[in-house]
Ligand binder design. Structure first.
Ligand SMILES: NC(=O)c1ccc[n+]([C@@H]2O[C@H](COP(=O)([O-])OP(=O)(O)OC[C@H]3O[C@@H](n4cnc5c(N)ncnc54)[C@H](O)[C@@H]3O)[C@@H](O)[C@H]2O)c1
Length: 484
Protein backbone atom coordinates (compact mmCIF):
# COMPACT_ATOMS: atom_id res chain seq x y z
CA UNK A 1 0.00 0.00 0.00
CA UNK A 2 1.35 3.37 -0.97
CA UNK A 3 0.66 6.09 1.47
CA UNK A 4 2.21 8.40 3.92
CA UNK A 5 5.68 9.69 4.10
CA UNK A 6 6.67 12.59 6.25
CA UNK A 7 9.07 15.44 6.25
CA UNK A 8 10.05 17.26 9.38
CA UNK A 9 10.17 20.86 10.24
CA UNK A 10 11.06 21.91 13.72
CA UNK A 11 8.69 24.52 15.01
CA UNK A 12 8.56 25.61 18.63
CA UNK A 13 10.62 22.56 19.47
CA UNK A 14 7.87 20.25 18.22
CA UNK A 15 8.19 18.25 15.07
CA UNK A 16 5.42 18.73 12.60
CA UNK A 17 4.86 16.49 9.65
CA UNK A 18 4.33 17.18 6.01
CA UNK A 19 2.86 14.28 4.10
CA UNK A 20 4.08 12.96 0.80
CA UNK A 21 2.38 10.12 -0.96
CA UNK A 22 5.29 8.08 -2.23
CA UNK A 23 6.15 5.53 0.37
CA UNK A 24 4.72 2.37 1.87
CA UNK A 25 3.39 2.21 5.35
CA UNK A 26 5.44 -0.46 7.04
CA UNK A 27 4.38 -2.81 9.81
CA UNK A 28 6.98 -2.59 12.54
CA UNK A 29 7.26 -4.36 15.90
CA UNK A 30 9.70 -3.38 18.61
CA UNK A 31 10.57 -5.91 21.29
CA UNK A 32 11.80 -4.09 24.40
CA UNK A 33 10.20 -0.72 25.06
CA UNK A 34 12.97 1.02 26.99
CA UNK A 35 14.98 4.13 26.11
CA UNK A 36 15.87 2.81 22.65
CA UNK A 37 12.72 0.83 21.92
CA UNK A 38 10.28 3.54 22.87
CA UNK A 39 12.14 6.33 21.07
CA UNK A 40 12.63 4.19 17.95
CA UNK A 41 9.02 3.00 17.96
CA UNK A 42 7.61 6.47 18.41
CA UNK A 43 9.84 7.91 15.69
CA UNK A 44 8.99 5.09 13.27
CA UNK A 45 5.30 5.82 13.92
CA UNK A 46 5.92 9.52 13.35
CA UNK A 47 6.78 8.82 9.72
CA UNK A 48 3.49 7.04 9.20
CA UNK A 49 4.37 3.43 9.92
CA UNK A 50 2.25 1.15 12.07
CA UNK A 51 4.24 0.26 15.15
CA UNK A 52 3.59 -2.16 17.98
CA UNK A 53 5.86 -1.84 21.02
CA UNK A 54 6.19 -4.97 23.13
CA UNK A 55 7.57 -5.31 26.64
CA UNK A 56 7.45 -7.87 29.44
CA UNK A 57 7.10 -5.08 32.00
CA UNK A 58 3.34 -4.87 32.56
CA UNK A 59 3.49 -1.57 34.46
CA UNK A 60 5.40 0.05 31.62
CA UNK A 61 2.90 -1.14 29.01
CA UNK A 62 -0.06 -0.08 31.17
CA UNK A 63 1.48 3.38 31.59
CA UNK A 64 2.08 3.68 27.85
CA UNK A 65 -1.45 2.53 27.06
CA UNK A 66 -2.68 5.37 29.22
CA UNK A 67 -0.59 7.74 27.12
CA UNK A 68 2.26 8.38 29.59
CA UNK A 69 5.93 7.92 28.88
CA UNK A 70 7.75 5.85 31.52
CA UNK A 71 10.99 7.72 30.75
CA UNK A 72 11.96 11.36 30.58
CA UNK A 73 13.25 12.27 27.13
CA UNK A 74 12.80 15.78 25.73
CA UNK A 75 10.24 15.95 22.91
CA UNK A 76 9.08 12.36 23.32
CA UNK A 77 5.77 13.16 25.06
CA UNK A 78 4.47 15.25 22.17
CA UNK A 79 5.30 12.64 19.55
CA UNK A 80 3.94 9.82 21.67
CA UNK A 81 0.65 11.59 22.26
CA UNK A 82 0.19 12.38 18.58
CA UNK A 83 0.97 8.88 17.36
CA UNK A 84 -1.19 7.18 19.98
CA UNK A 85 -4.04 9.47 18.95
CA UNK A 86 -3.46 8.66 15.28
CA UNK A 87 -3.38 4.94 16.24
CA UNK A 88 0.01 4.52 14.59
CA UNK A 89 1.58 3.15 17.78
CA UNK A 90 0.13 0.57 20.17
CA UNK A 91 1.53 -1.36 23.12
CA UNK A 92 1.28 -4.94 24.30
CA UNK A 93 2.91 -7.47 26.59
CA UNK A 94 2.18 -10.28 24.11
CA UNK A 95 4.98 -11.08 21.68
CA UNK A 96 2.68 -13.16 19.46
CA UNK A 97 0.09 -10.40 19.23
CA UNK A 98 2.74 -7.71 18.77
CA UNK A 99 4.53 -9.33 15.83
CA UNK A 100 1.43 -10.76 14.13
CA UNK A 101 1.51 -8.33 11.20
CA UNK A 102 5.13 -7.18 11.42
CA UNK A 103 7.38 -7.08 8.38
CA UNK A 104 10.28 -5.94 10.54
CA UNK A 105 10.85 -6.87 14.19
CA UNK A 106 13.40 -4.80 16.09
CA UNK A 107 15.07 -6.23 19.17
CA UNK A 108 15.77 -3.31 21.53
CA UNK A 109 16.48 -5.53 24.49
CA UNK A 110 18.94 -5.09 27.35
CA UNK A 111 22.46 -6.40 26.84
CA UNK A 112 23.89 -5.82 30.32
CA UNK A 113 27.38 -7.00 31.22
CA UNK A 114 27.41 -10.60 32.40
CA UNK A 115 29.63 -11.78 35.24
CA UNK A 116 32.72 -11.72 33.03
CA UNK A 117 31.91 -8.29 31.55
CA UNK A 118 30.79 -9.66 28.20
CA UNK A 119 27.39 -8.54 26.88
CA UNK A 120 24.73 -10.87 28.26
CA UNK A 121 22.77 -12.11 25.25
CA UNK A 122 20.16 -13.97 27.26
CA UNK A 123 17.35 -11.51 26.42
CA UNK A 124 18.20 -11.27 22.72
CA UNK A 125 18.61 -15.00 22.18
CA UNK A 126 15.62 -15.76 24.41
CA UNK A 127 13.33 -13.58 22.32
CA UNK A 128 14.85 -15.02 19.12
CA UNK A 129 13.88 -18.47 20.38
CA UNK A 130 10.33 -17.29 21.16
CA UNK A 131 10.09 -15.69 17.71
CA UNK A 132 11.21 -18.89 16.01
CA UNK A 133 8.07 -20.55 17.35
CA UNK A 134 5.57 -17.94 16.19
CA UNK A 135 6.84 -16.45 12.94
CA UNK A 136 4.75 -17.74 10.02
CA UNK A 137 5.69 -15.40 7.16
CA UNK A 138 8.84 -13.67 5.94
CA UNK A 139 10.09 -11.30 8.69
CA UNK A 140 13.22 -9.26 9.07
CA UNK A 141 14.64 -9.56 12.59
CA UNK A 142 16.79 -6.55 13.45
CA UNK A 143 19.29 -6.36 16.30
CA UNK A 144 19.07 -2.79 17.53
CA UNK A 145 20.54 -3.73 20.88
CA UNK A 146 24.27 -3.21 21.17
CA UNK A 147 25.61 -6.71 20.65
CA UNK A 148 29.06 -8.23 20.16
CA UNK A 149 30.45 -9.30 16.84
CA UNK A 150 28.87 -12.54 15.70
CA UNK A 151 25.49 -12.00 17.39
CA UNK A 152 23.54 -11.77 14.13
CA UNK A 153 24.84 -15.26 13.33
CA UNK A 154 23.85 -16.48 16.79
CA UNK A 155 20.33 -15.09 16.40
CA UNK A 156 20.06 -16.69 12.96
CA UNK A 157 21.18 -20.03 14.42
CA UNK A 158 18.47 -19.85 17.09
CA UNK A 159 15.81 -18.98 14.50
CA UNK A 160 17.00 -21.80 12.24
CA UNK A 161 16.11 -24.38 14.88
CA UNK A 162 12.39 -23.94 14.22
CA UNK A 163 12.10 -21.88 11.05
CA UNK A 164 12.74 -22.38 7.39
CA UNK A 165 15.49 -20.05 6.14
CA UNK A 166 13.07 -18.48 3.65
CA UNK A 167 11.02 -17.04 6.54
CA UNK A 168 13.58 -14.66 8.03
CA UNK A 169 16.65 -12.53 7.64
CA UNK A 170 18.69 -11.22 10.56
CA UNK A 171 20.00 -7.68 10.30
CA UNK A 172 22.34 -5.65 12.50
CA UNK A 173 21.23 -2.04 12.94
CA UNK A 174 23.05 -0.48 15.91
CA UNK A 175 21.49 2.58 17.47
CA UNK A 176 23.53 5.75 17.98
CA UNK A 177 20.97 7.97 19.71
CA UNK A 178 22.07 9.90 22.78
CA UNK A 179 19.78 10.06 25.77
CA UNK A 180 18.71 13.65 26.35
CA UNK A 181 18.53 14.35 22.60
CA UNK A 182 17.32 10.92 21.56
CA UNK A 183 14.30 12.05 19.56
CA UNK A 184 16.30 14.53 17.54
CA UNK A 185 19.11 12.01 17.03
CA UNK A 186 16.65 9.42 15.79
CA UNK A 187 14.78 11.74 13.47
CA UNK A 188 17.94 13.25 12.04
CA UNK A 189 20.72 10.68 12.49
CA UNK A 190 24.31 11.48 11.45
CA UNK A 191 24.16 8.12 9.70
CA UNK A 192 22.26 4.87 9.77
CA UNK A 193 24.31 1.69 9.84
CA UNK A 194 22.77 -1.51 8.52
CA UNK A 195 24.57 -4.83 8.46
CA UNK A 196 23.01 -7.39 6.17
CA UNK A 197 23.85 -9.84 3.46
CA UNK A 198 20.26 -10.11 2.23
CA UNK A 199 19.03 -7.91 -0.64
CA UNK A 200 15.44 -8.39 0.44
CA UNK A 201 16.14 -7.18 3.98
CA UNK A 202 18.30 -4.34 2.64
CA UNK A 203 15.41 -3.05 0.55
CA UNK A 204 13.00 -3.03 3.46
CA UNK A 205 15.49 -1.32 5.77
CA UNK A 206 16.28 1.29 3.14
CA UNK A 207 12.62 2.05 2.67
CA UNK A 208 12.00 2.29 6.40
CA UNK A 209 14.89 4.69 6.99
CA UNK A 210 14.43 6.88 3.91
CA UNK A 211 12.42 9.60 5.70
CA UNK A 212 15.20 10.08 8.25
CA UNK A 213 18.01 10.69 5.78
CA UNK A 214 16.32 13.09 3.42
CA UNK A 215 18.79 15.80 4.27
CA UNK A 216 21.55 13.72 2.73
CA UNK A 217 22.92 11.84 5.67
CA UNK A 218 23.94 8.36 4.61
CA UNK A 219 22.65 4.87 5.23
CA UNK A 220 25.75 2.67 5.27
CA UNK A 221 25.12 -0.90 4.27
CA UNK A 222 27.79 -3.37 5.29
CA UNK A 223 28.20 -6.92 6.49
CA UNK A 224 26.73 -7.86 9.87
CA UNK A 225 30.05 -8.20 11.70
CA UNK A 226 31.33 -4.79 10.61
CA UNK A 227 28.04 -3.22 11.62
CA UNK A 228 28.17 -4.81 15.07
CA UNK A 229 31.77 -3.71 15.51
CA UNK A 230 31.01 -0.14 14.37
CA UNK A 231 28.84 0.50 17.42
CA UNK A 232 31.54 -0.67 19.86
CA UNK A 233 34.19 1.27 17.98
CA UNK A 234 32.17 4.49 18.15
CA UNK A 235 31.34 4.23 21.85
CA UNK A 236 34.81 3.12 22.88
CA UNK A 237 36.42 5.91 20.87
CA UNK A 238 34.18 8.51 22.51
CA UNK A 239 34.89 7.02 25.94
CA UNK A 240 38.59 7.21 25.10
CA UNK A 241 38.32 10.94 24.31
CA UNK A 242 36.69 11.52 27.67
CA UNK A 243 39.29 9.48 29.52
CA UNK A 244 42.07 11.28 27.67
CA UNK A 245 40.67 14.64 28.74
CA UNK A 246 40.22 13.46 32.32
CA UNK A 247 43.88 12.45 32.45
CA UNK A 248 44.79 15.76 30.85
CA UNK A 249 42.71 17.59 33.47
CA UNK A 250 44.45 15.82 36.33
CA UNK A 251 47.81 16.73 34.82
CA UNK A 252 46.71 20.35 34.34
CA UNK A 253 45.93 20.56 38.05
CA UNK A 254 49.47 19.51 38.88
CA UNK A 255 51.00 21.73 36.20
CA UNK A 256 49.00 24.82 37.11
CA UNK A 257 47.33 24.88 33.70
CA UNK A 258 43.61 25.36 33.00
CA UNK A 259 42.14 22.39 31.18
CA UNK A 260 39.30 24.51 29.76
CA UNK A 261 41.85 26.62 27.90
CA UNK A 262 43.71 23.51 26.78
CA UNK A 263 40.43 21.98 25.58
CA UNK A 264 39.53 25.03 23.53
CA UNK A 265 43.04 25.28 22.15
CA UNK A 266 43.22 21.69 21.01
CA UNK A 267 39.56 21.25 20.00
CA UNK A 268 39.69 24.04 17.44
CA UNK A 269 42.05 21.88 15.40
CA UNK A 270 39.84 20.48 12.65
CA UNK A 271 41.53 17.09 12.97
CA UNK A 272 40.46 16.87 16.60
CA UNK A 273 37.09 18.65 16.83
CA UNK A 274 35.46 20.32 19.80
CA UNK A 275 32.97 17.71 20.91
CA UNK A 276 33.47 15.11 23.59
CA UNK A 277 36.49 16.82 25.09
CA UNK A 278 34.94 17.86 28.40
CA UNK A 279 36.66 16.56 31.50
CA UNK A 280 34.55 15.62 34.49
CA UNK A 281 33.87 12.88 36.99
CA UNK A 282 34.07 10.03 34.52
CA UNK A 283 31.67 8.70 31.92
CA UNK A 284 28.60 6.77 33.07
CA UNK A 285 25.26 5.76 31.69
CA UNK A 286 23.91 2.56 30.30
CA UNK A 287 26.20 2.40 27.27
CA UNK A 288 29.82 3.55 27.55
CA UNK A 289 30.83 1.53 30.64
CA UNK A 290 29.30 -1.71 29.43
CA UNK A 291 30.25 -1.26 25.78
CA UNK A 292 33.91 -0.51 26.47
CA UNK A 293 34.01 -3.49 28.79
CA UNK A 294 32.36 -5.72 26.20
CA UNK A 295 34.82 -4.62 23.51
CA UNK A 296 37.72 -5.42 25.83
CA UNK A 297 36.20 -8.86 26.35
CA UNK A 298 35.74 -9.42 22.63
CA UNK A 299 39.39 -8.52 22.10
CA UNK A 300 40.48 -10.91 24.85
CA UNK A 301 38.38 -13.73 23.40
CA UNK A 302 40.00 -13.13 20.03
CA UNK A 303 43.41 -13.13 21.75
CA UNK A 304 44.09 -9.53 20.88
CA UNK A 305 45.70 -7.35 23.53
CA UNK A 306 43.69 -4.12 23.07
CA UNK A 307 45.64 -2.12 25.64
CA UNK A 308 44.10 1.26 24.91
CA UNK A 309 40.59 0.05 25.69
CA UNK A 310 41.70 -1.53 28.97
CA UNK A 311 43.34 1.72 30.00
CA UNK A 312 40.24 3.75 29.13
CA UNK A 313 38.32 1.70 31.71
CA UNK A 314 41.02 2.02 34.37
CA UNK A 315 41.20 5.78 33.91
CA UNK A 316 37.44 6.08 34.18
CA UNK A 317 37.20 4.01 37.35
CA UNK A 318 39.79 6.30 38.92
CA UNK A 319 38.09 9.45 37.70
CA UNK A 320 34.76 8.51 39.24
CA UNK A 321 36.50 8.72 42.63
CA UNK A 322 38.12 12.07 41.88
CA UNK A 323 35.47 14.37 43.35
CA UNK A 324 35.10 12.24 46.49
CA UNK A 325 38.88 12.40 46.92
CA UNK A 326 38.85 16.18 46.66
CA UNK A 327 36.07 16.37 49.26
CA UNK A 328 37.93 14.09 51.67
CA UNK A 329 41.16 15.99 51.15
CA UNK A 330 39.36 19.18 52.15
CA UNK A 331 37.12 17.87 54.93
CA UNK A 332 39.15 14.93 56.19
CA UNK A 333 38.53 11.24 55.68
CA UNK A 334 35.97 11.07 58.47
CA UNK A 335 32.91 12.92 57.23
CA UNK A 336 30.70 12.25 60.25
CA UNK A 337 28.78 15.34 61.20
CA UNK A 338 29.17 16.69 57.65
CA UNK A 339 26.38 17.11 55.15
CA UNK A 340 26.79 17.60 51.42
CA UNK A 341 24.32 19.06 48.97
CA UNK A 342 24.60 17.04 45.76
CA UNK A 343 23.16 18.69 42.66
CA UNK A 344 22.55 16.22 39.87
CA UNK A 345 22.00 12.45 39.96
CA UNK A 346 21.36 11.50 36.32
CA UNK A 347 24.46 10.35 34.46
CA UNK A 348 24.05 13.39 32.25
CA UNK A 349 21.57 16.28 31.88
CA UNK A 350 18.18 15.93 30.18
CA UNK A 351 17.66 12.33 31.19
CA UNK A 352 16.34 10.47 34.22
CA UNK A 353 18.72 7.58 33.55
CA UNK A 354 20.94 6.79 36.54
CA UNK A 355 22.61 3.64 35.27
CA UNK A 356 26.34 3.82 36.21
CA UNK A 357 25.84 7.46 37.20
CA UNK A 358 28.96 8.94 38.84
CA UNK A 359 26.69 10.66 41.42
CA UNK A 360 25.79 7.28 42.89
CA UNK A 361 29.44 6.38 43.38
CA UNK A 362 30.08 9.73 45.07
CA UNK A 363 27.06 9.41 47.36
CA UNK A 364 28.15 5.93 48.34
CA UNK A 365 31.59 7.29 49.24
CA UNK A 366 30.18 10.13 51.34
CA UNK A 367 27.84 7.81 53.22
CA UNK A 368 30.63 5.28 53.82
CA UNK A 369 32.80 8.04 55.27
CA UNK A 370 30.00 8.90 57.72
CA UNK A 371 28.64 11.96 55.93
CA UNK A 372 25.08 12.81 54.98
CA UNK A 373 23.63 13.79 51.61
CA UNK A 374 20.86 16.13 50.58
CA UNK A 375 20.26 15.90 46.88
CA UNK A 376 18.31 17.45 44.06
CA UNK A 377 17.89 16.43 40.42
CA UNK A 378 15.16 17.75 38.13
CA UNK A 379 14.25 14.34 36.71
CA UNK A 380 16.19 11.46 38.23
CA UNK A 381 15.16 11.53 41.91
CA UNK A 382 12.36 8.97 41.56
CA UNK A 383 14.80 6.43 40.13
CA UNK A 384 17.38 7.04 42.87
CA UNK A 385 14.69 6.80 45.57
CA UNK A 386 14.09 3.24 44.43
CA UNK A 387 17.66 2.26 45.33
CA UNK A 388 18.69 4.65 48.11
CA UNK A 389 15.31 5.16 49.77
CA UNK A 390 15.70 6.94 53.08
CA UNK A 391 19.51 6.83 53.15
CA UNK A 392 19.67 10.35 51.71
CA UNK A 393 17.37 13.38 51.70
CA UNK A 394 15.60 14.19 48.42
CA UNK A 395 15.12 17.94 48.30
CA UNK A 396 12.15 19.93 47.05
CA UNK A 397 14.37 22.08 44.88
CA UNK A 398 18.04 22.87 44.38
CA UNK A 399 18.10 25.42 47.23
CA UNK A 400 16.34 23.11 49.70
CA UNK A 401 19.24 20.70 49.15
CA UNK A 402 21.63 23.33 50.54
CA UNK A 403 19.95 23.69 53.94
CA UNK A 404 22.38 22.73 56.69
CA UNK A 405 24.94 21.45 54.17
CA UNK A 406 28.66 22.07 54.60
CA UNK A 407 29.31 22.36 50.88
CA UNK A 408 27.70 22.06 47.47
CA UNK A 409 28.80 19.31 45.10
CA UNK A 410 27.81 19.47 41.43
CA UNK A 411 27.75 16.17 39.59
CA UNK A 412 25.39 16.70 36.64
CA UNK A 413 25.40 19.92 34.61
CA UNK A 414 21.64 20.51 34.32
CA UNK A 415 21.08 23.96 32.83
CA UNK A 416 19.23 25.17 35.93
CA UNK A 417 22.46 24.74 37.89
CA UNK A 418 24.39 26.98 35.51
CA UNK A 419 23.23 30.36 36.71
CA UNK A 420 21.89 29.92 40.23
CA UNK A 421 21.34 32.50 42.95
CA UNK A 422 24.88 32.50 44.34
CA UNK A 423 23.98 34.71 47.25
CA UNK A 424 21.38 32.20 48.35
CA UNK A 425 23.90 29.40 47.97
CA UNK A 426 26.42 31.23 50.09
CA UNK A 427 23.90 32.21 52.74
CA UNK A 428 22.42 28.74 53.05
CA UNK A 429 25.57 26.61 53.10
CA UNK A 430 27.59 26.38 56.31
CA UNK A 431 30.65 27.19 54.17
CA UNK A 432 30.56 28.91 50.82
CA UNK A 433 32.34 25.93 49.29
CA UNK A 434 31.60 24.34 45.93
CA UNK A 435 33.04 21.13 44.51
CA UNK A 436 32.21 21.16 40.84
CA UNK A 437 32.66 17.92 38.91
CA UNK A 438 31.57 19.49 35.61
CA UNK A 439 33.37 22.85 35.50
CA UNK A 440 30.07 24.67 35.35
CA UNK A 441 31.29 28.00 36.73
CA UNK A 442 34.08 30.29 35.66
CA UNK A 443 37.05 30.68 37.95
CA UNK A 444 36.74 34.47 37.73
CA UNK A 445 33.17 34.40 38.98
CA UNK A 446 34.03 32.13 41.88
CA UNK A 447 37.00 34.35 42.71
CA UNK A 448 34.81 37.44 42.69
CA UNK A 449 32.04 35.85 44.77
CA UNK A 450 34.48 34.50 47.33
CA UNK A 451 33.62 30.82 47.11
CA UNK A 452 36.10 28.12 48.01
CA UNK A 453 35.84 26.38 44.65
CA UNK A 454 37.33 23.14 43.40
CA UNK A 455 36.71 21.89 39.88
CA UNK A 456 38.34 19.47 37.46
CA UNK A 457 41.65 20.36 35.83
CA UNK A 458 41.64 23.96 37.04
CA UNK A 459 43.20 25.72 40.00
CA UNK A 460 41.38 25.81 43.31
CA UNK A 461 39.85 29.22 43.95
CA UNK A 462 40.35 30.78 47.41
CA UNK A 463 42.53 27.86 48.39
CA UNK A 464 43.55 29.80 51.49
CA UNK A 465 40.11 29.10 52.96
CA UNK A 466 40.69 25.39 52.97
CA UNK A 467 41.95 25.15 56.55
CA UNK A 468 38.87 26.95 57.70
CA UNK A 469 36.70 24.28 56.13
CA UNK A 470 38.52 21.49 57.88
CA UNK A 471 38.81 22.89 61.38
CA UNK A 472 36.11 25.44 61.99
CA UNK A 473 33.04 23.32 61.61
CA UNK A 474 30.80 25.87 60.14
CA UNK A 475 31.78 29.28 61.27
CA UNK A 476 35.26 30.06 60.02
CA UNK A 477 34.72 31.37 56.53
CA UNK A 478 31.68 33.40 57.34
CA UNK A 479 33.51 35.15 60.19
CA UNK A 480 36.03 36.29 57.62
CA UNK A 481 33.22 38.04 55.81
CA UNK A 482 33.46 36.24 52.50
CA UNK A 483 30.44 37.11 50.38
CA UNK A 484 28.65 38.76 53.33
N1 LIG B 1 20.04 3.87 26.19
C1 LIG B 1 20.80 4.31 25.22
O1 LIG B 1 21.16 5.48 25.16
C2 LIG B 1 21.24 3.38 24.13
C3 LIG B 1 21.77 3.92 22.95
C4 LIG B 1 22.17 3.05 21.94
C5 LIG B 1 22.06 1.69 22.12
N2 LIG B 1 21.56 1.18 23.29
C6 LIG B 1 21.44 -0.27 23.42
O2 LIG B 1 20.08 -0.63 23.20
C7 LIG B 1 19.71 -1.75 24.03
C8 LIG B 1 18.53 -1.37 24.89
O3 LIG B 1 18.93 -0.31 25.74
P1 LIG B 1 17.87 0.56 26.58
O4 LIG B 1 18.64 1.64 27.20
O5 LIG B 1 16.71 0.87 25.73
O6 LIG B 1 17.44 -0.53 27.68
P2 LIG B 1 16.20 -0.45 28.65
O7 LIG B 1 16.57 -1.28 29.83
O8 LIG B 1 15.76 0.95 28.84
O9 LIG B 1 15.04 -1.20 27.83
C9 LIG B 1 14.99 -2.57 27.61
C10 LIG B 1 13.53 -3.03 27.71
O10 LIG B 1 13.45 -4.39 27.33
C11 LIG B 1 12.45 -4.99 28.13
N3 LIG B 1 12.57 -6.44 28.09
C12 LIG B 1 13.43 -7.26 28.75
N4 LIG B 1 13.20 -8.54 28.39
C13 LIG B 1 12.19 -8.54 27.49
C14 LIG B 1 11.53 -9.55 26.75
N5 LIG B 1 11.87 -10.83 26.86
N6 LIG B 1 10.53 -9.17 25.93
C15 LIG B 1 10.17 -7.88 25.80
N7 LIG B 1 10.78 -6.87 26.47
C16 LIG B 1 11.78 -7.21 27.30
C17 LIG B 1 12.66 -4.38 29.50
O11 LIG B 1 11.52 -4.51 30.32
C18 LIG B 1 12.98 -2.92 29.12
O12 LIG B 1 11.79 -2.15 29.11
C19 LIG B 1 20.97 -2.11 24.80
O13 LIG B 1 21.66 -3.10 24.11
C20 LIG B 1 21.77 -0.82 24.79
O14 LIG B 1 23.14 -1.04 24.91
C21 LIG B 1 21.14 2.00 24.28
Amino acid sequence: MHAVNMLYAQQNNNYICAKFYNQSIMQVAIVGTGYVGLVSGTCFAETGNNVVCIDVNEDKIAQLKSGKSPIYEPGLDVLLERNIKEKRITFTTSLAEGIKNAQIVFLALPTPPGEDGAADLRYVLGVADDLSKIIDKYTVIVNKSTVPVGTAEKVAAVLAKNLDKSLYDVVSNPEFLREGVAVEDFLKPDRVVVGTSSDKAKKLMEELYQPYVRQGNPIYFMDERSSEMTKYAANSYLAMRISFMNEMANLCEKAGANVDMVRIGMGSDGRIGKRFLFPGVGYGGSCFPKDVQALALTARELEYDFRLVNTVMEVNDKQKLRLGKKIREAFGSDLSGRTFAVWGLAFKPETDDIREAPALELIREILEAGGQVRTYDPEAMANVKKILGDKIYFAEDQYDALTGADALVIVTEWSEFRNPNFEQISNTLKFPAIFDGRNVYSLEKMEELGFYYESIGRKTVHENLRNKITVNNGTGIRERGVLD
